[in-house]
Design a protein around this ligand. Structure first.
Ligand SMILES: Nc1ncnc2c1ncn2[C@@H]1O[C@H](COP(=O)(O)OP(=O)(O)OP(=O)(O)O)[C@@H](O)[C@H]1O
Ligand SMILES: [Mg+2]
Length: 233
């Protein structure tokens, strides 16, 4: 679905050039769930922005075999419209004339995300976790085939994060979605993704698969955690 080959990205700034990505290659097969894991500043957001078409690479090639309109993006913060209700925030693309969903879709999404009773509420009346659920709903409303998620649960407490991770896994298991999920949390990457790609200083330093059997017994995840720590530190 997405093929990234030898991509580099250099930002020119007043203080000189910053090399954010160096020769990154990555495939995202249709239906895969990939975690992009790395420390702050290693180039994770840059890579997402390139896939979304918000930036152009300095060199290398990136090909998507889907229209960019089918790419959804979930930011680290909810970025809701404060003057719109929860339901209207989910239907934002429709209100702007660019949506693919309808009123029933919005209601169904709110129900899946446990927000039905808050559909008429406004963003200031929501907790952080609920607001992030609405942001996820707004992206799902556009029926994206590829969802790019940039540390979407980073600002949430452990319990809320856990429950949103479970919601996301359930949505992905229904099928039809390819997910690229950025995180700096090793456990989050191991819990969610079938494929983990480790990025350090703009380069891919490791990549491996996580099989469902690994997750059945959490001690099976120790060696993977150690392996990631060894590459990152
Ligand atoms: N628009 C920009 N102009 C100049 N430099 C930039 C720009 N965007 C990112 N950078 C630089 O590129 C590097 C990678 O940034 P990026 O935002 O991709 O990192 P990140 O892995 O997402 O970090 P974090 O986990 O903190 O969000 C950093 O050194 C950053 O300062
Ligand atoms: Mg970032």
């Amino acid at each position: 679905m997405v093929k990234i080959e030898e991509i580099s990205k250099v930002y020119e700034t007043k203080n000189g050039s910053v090399q954010a990505l160096r020769g990154v290659s990555l495939d995202l097969p249709e239906g895969s769930f990939t975690a992009l894991l790395g420390k702050s500043g290693c180039g994770k957001t840059t890579l997402l922005r390139l896939v979304a078409g918000l930036e152009a690479p300095s060199s290398g090639t990136l090909s998507l075999d889907l229209p960019r309109l089918q790419v959804g993006y979930v930011f680290q913060e909810p970025r809701l419209m404060p003057w719109l209700s929860v339901a209207d925030n989910v239907r934002l693309a429709e209100l702007g004339g660019g949506g693919h969903g309808d009123f029933d879709d919005a209601a169904r999404i709110l129900s899946v995300l446990g927000l039905s009773s808050f559909s008429k509420a406004f963003p200031h009346q929501l907790s952080g976790g609920m607001a992030q659920r609405v942001a996820l709903g707004r992206t799902l409303f556009c029926k994206p085939s590829l969802i790019l998620m940039d540390e979407p649960f980073g600002a949430l407490d452990w319990f809320t994060r856990r429950s949103l991770q479970e919601d996301l896994l359930r949505l992905w298991q229904e099928g039809g979605k390819t997910i690229l999920f950025v995180t700096h949390d090793i456990d989050e990457a191991l819990m969610l993704a079938g494929r983990v790609v480790v990025l350090k200083d703009g380069e891919v330093t490791d990549r491996f698969e996580v099989f469902p059997a690994h997750r059945r017994d959490s001690s099976d995840l120790f060696p993977l955690r150690e392996r990631i720590l060894r590459t990152l530190i």
